[in-house]
Design a protein around this ligand. Structure first.
Ligand code: RIB
Ligand code: CA
Length: 330
């Protein structure tokens, strides 16, 4: 009997374990779609937990919305933690009901959630879970203001060395700001937090408005999602049909930019995106530029490279991925 050895024994494709991620979020319709994209990809992503933060709407609403999305996807098993209810320091919370509606998740009619929010504060969960994790085993995907991550770093600076990668939706440079002429919303809500995170030394990939404004929810793309015929497809179509109105009117574009799902799509298929290592600094003093992300894209300073700044994307490939994954959900 031939004894198999060498390549014959190793011709099976290597089994790669799903990448462990924690989603930090302020749902928000686009946050909700990002969560669904992650939850539709269990072979590649293990969503360890969802942590909410105040941003698009207040913390109570972002937490309720996150719970609604987990239940919509049939994933009430994923632990949900409520994090920071306001930015660091004395800064007042700035919200975005003008984009997302008074609930923060206007559009679909989703049932009140039954999920119990964990007792532990979301910041303490980040400190505890990252502190106990194998170094480099957890990827943090942030979809809102960076308050929770900065607060966790302030509490336990050592967690910085334990994070595999921090993939952030935030900032803007060539695309300029969306909440002020200079600043993008997630960074503007808590610029101090963004500054702490960008100085932390954590491997950061930044998906700013410069790339998210290249993935537009055109009527054709929304029609494909609506035609999926499942609950998640219908809910996503209703969500984006609501939230895109503001941007279409503001920019006169063919659809609204789809911000937060770019984070999850990048983790799933980084080859859809292109960027470069740069320095990204946050303006904390400017009268007109407060909260602006200043990107040294052309390398004219000696500031350290602290982020992989993503500027372009294969938008057709992005929507093919998103639509194909949404099809897998309930
Ligand atoms: O500027 C876009 C970002 O602000 C997105 O994360 C959106 O959800 C809002 O939080
Ligand atoms: Ca968000």
């Amino acid at each position: 009997m031939a004894v198999l050895s060498g390549p014959a024994l190793n011709n099976a494709a290597p089994v790669t374990m799903p990448r462990k991620i924690i989603i930090d979020t302020d749902p928000g319709q686009d946050d909700a779609v990002a969560m669904l994209l992650a939850l539709a990809s269990p072979d590649e992503l293990e969503v360890i937990a969802v942590v909410t933060v105040a941003g698009n709407v207040d913390l109570a609403k972002t937490t309720t919305n996150a719970a609604k999305v987990l239940e919509l996807a049939g994933r009430a098993d994923i632990p949900l933690y409520a994090g920071s209810d306001r930015p660091l320091g004395q800064r007042e919370l700035v919200t975005a009901e003008h984009v997302h509606g008074p609930t923060g998740l206007d559009g679909p009619d989703l049932p009140e959630p039954q999920i119990a929010v964990q007792d532990m504060h979301g910041v303490d969960f980040l400190v505890e879970s990252l502190g106990a994790s194998d170094p480099g085993s957890i990827t943090l995907c942030t979809l809102g203001p960076l308050t929770n991550v900065a607060a966790a770093l302030n509490k336990a600076p050592d967690i910085a060395s334990r994070i595999k990668e921090l993939v952030i939706m935030g900032g803007a440079y060539f695309e300029v700001g969306n909440i002020t002429p200079a600043a993008e919303f997630n960074v503007f809500v808590d610029p101090q937090a963004a500054d702490i995170v960008l100085r932390s030394g954590i491997p950061i990939t930044l998906l700013s408005l410069d790339v998210t404004h290249r993935v537009l929810t055109t009527p054709e793309r929304l029609a494909h999602i609506r035609a999926l015929g499942n609950s998640c497809g219908s809910a996503v179509a209703a969500m984006l049909s609501f939230s895109e109105k503001f941007d279409i009117e503001k920019y006169g574009s063919a659809g609204g930019p789809l911000h937060d799902p770019c984070v999850i799509a990048y983790v799933l298929q980084p080859d859809l995106f292109e960027g470069r290592a740069v320095n990204v600094s946050v303006e904390l003093d400017g009268k007109y530029t407060y909260g602006m992300t200043v990107v040294d894209y052309w390398g004219v300073t000696d500031r350290p490279h602290n982020a992989h700044f993503v500027r372009s994307v294969d938008d057709e490939g992005f929507y093919d991925l998103l639509t194909e994954r949404l099809r897998r959900l309930p």
